[in-house]
Write a protein of this length. Structure first.
Length: 457
């Protein structure tokens, strides 16, 4: 049964979008600026809500709220930079121009792991471009959505309905995707989710913005600074308990430094502080659910049954908690195992030797996902190859940093089964607008393009 509030929410969002689009863009930006200031005032309390619901450690939760604040700042500047091109016409006394107009209502479906930041990526850009937004958060993060909505309501005045929250699960997500009144659907989650929702939106020729699975890889070259590298690997593989779309899943290490790298990784993983995410010294909290734990154990058991070496991965008892704390797993593989080709949303890191950089890049790219990638090297030839058209096929390619921790200034997103969407910075704002090509004739004759003649006489 469809959420009983669904029709009310969609009609309200449609109505407010028609009023909001008439507000000049810099004035929209001013309201977003006030929203950002309110988030600053509530930063500590919002971060505590993230830690409570998503079970992220405090520093990551604070960083997520800061990301939402940063998006407000970005959108304020953008409100005076929604540029369209002016092109020369082939016809005399004519001008060609691009215009950008709001879409209307944007549907935003978000996951538990970034319960505020991903919404902010979408809302700040969508709103400054003149759209309203209906937000369906993960059922694991309804309180996070309520916290953001309350902050918006404090500053938004007559435009409080610009953010409307639709709680629910799969049925509500499908309703958004089916609804012709919702022009763009932005969905973040698993590849499977994207493959199920995309045909629903496509059937009505709606617009889609997908941010889906990762299965990301990093390459460690002989010239790499291993102290820096191990830090980058540890955060990418274990941060957010391995539950980021950008989490590091696969690591390819040159044979000359393989043993040293593995030794350092073992010690680093052993030294990680696993505990209640509310405690300041904790580096890793629990998995989000029993399903996540079961999925991780199923994969690790499958590898053990094939005599693949698995170090760690076991459940830990933390302060009599019934949550699913786990030790991050290092999986030392000799060959590319089937389990490496799909994404396990947990702290599982596969480590494999390579000899030639071209082979490492091939192994990195030879999966269906294409979100984030990185290389650790001090050899400019290797880094430039990695960033070239013959290198990484991912939407994000990093040098001497890990796969996680993207900044809001660059467009975020990936290729292949990752969905092809781009959110956050750069020109991602264009996703939330429709393009109009306008031709203006300011002369007193009517020449046709391409020299076509149509003489009515």
């Amino acid at each position: 049964m469809k959420n009983k509030n669904y029709e009310i929410i969609v009609n309200k969002s449609k109505d407010i979008s028609l009023r909001w689009r008439s507000v000049p863009a810099p004035q929209r930006g001013e309201l977003i600026r006030q929203f950002g200031n309110e988030l600053r005032l509530q930063k500590e309390s919002l971060a505590k809500t993230i830690t409570k619901e998503a079970r992220k450690i405090q520093t990551e939760s604070l960083g997520e709220v800061q990301e939402a604040i940063d998006m407000c700042d970005f959108a304020v500047g953008l409100s005076r930079q929604l540029y369209g091109l002016t092109m020369p016409s082939e016809r005399p006394n004519h001008r060609l121009q691009e215009l950008w107009h709001p879409l209307g209502v944007v549907g935003c479906i978000t996951a538990f792991n970034f319960p505020m930041a991903v919404f902010a990526w979408n809302f700040c850009l969508a709103a400054v471009c003149g759209n309203s937004i209906i937000w369906k958060p993960s059922p694991h993060s309804n309180e996070c959505a309520k916290g953001i909505k309350d902050a918006w309501d404090k500053v938004s005045g007559e435009f409080s309905d610009l953010i409307l929250v639709l709680e629910g699960g799969n049925e509500e997500a499908v309703s958004i995707c089916k609804d012709n009144r919702i022009t763009l659907v932005s969905a973040t989650g698993s590849t499977q989710m994207g493959k199920e929702l995309a045909p629903v939106v496509s059937a009505r020729l709606g617009k889609l913005l997908l941010e889906l699975g990762g299965n990301n890889a990093a390459i460690v070259c002989p010239s790499a600074d291993l102290d820096l590298t191990i830090k980058g690997i540890a955060f990418s593989a274990c941060g957010t308990t391995g539950q980021r779309c950008t989490s590091l899943r696969r690591l390819f290490v040159h044979k000359d430094i393989y043993e040293d790298c593995v030794r350092r990784l073992k010690k680093c993983f052993d030294d990680l502080v696993i505990g209640c995410p509310s405690k300041e010294d904790s580096q890793i909290g629990p998995l989000i659910s029993k399903n996540s734990y079961d999925s991780m154990q199923h994969v690790l058991d499958s590898l053990r049954n094939k005599n693949v070496e698995v170090i760690g991965g076991e459940r830990l008892e933390i302060e009599d908690s019934d949550e699913y704390y786990v030790k991050p797993a290092l999986v030392l593989v000799k060959n590319i195992e089937d389990e490496m080709l799909t994404e396990t949303f947990a702290p599982v890191l596969y480590v494999k030797e390579y000899e030639e950089i071209e082979d490492a890049i091939y192994m990195q790219n030879n999966v269906s996902q294409g979100l984030s990638s990185s290389i650790f090297t001090n050899d400019i030839r290797e880094s430039e190859l990695f960033l070239s058209e013959s290198g990484s096929d991912c939407g994000i390619a990093n040098v001497n940093i890990g796969t996680s921790g993207a900044e809001i200034g660059g467009a975020f997103g990936g290729e292949k089964d990752t969905g092809g969407g781009r959110e956050s910075g750069s020109d991602a704002w264009k996703n939330y607008m429709r393009r109009v090509t306008a031709t203006i004739n300011y002369g007193d004759e009517l020449p046709l393009a391409q020299g076509v003649e149509f003489d009515e006489g």
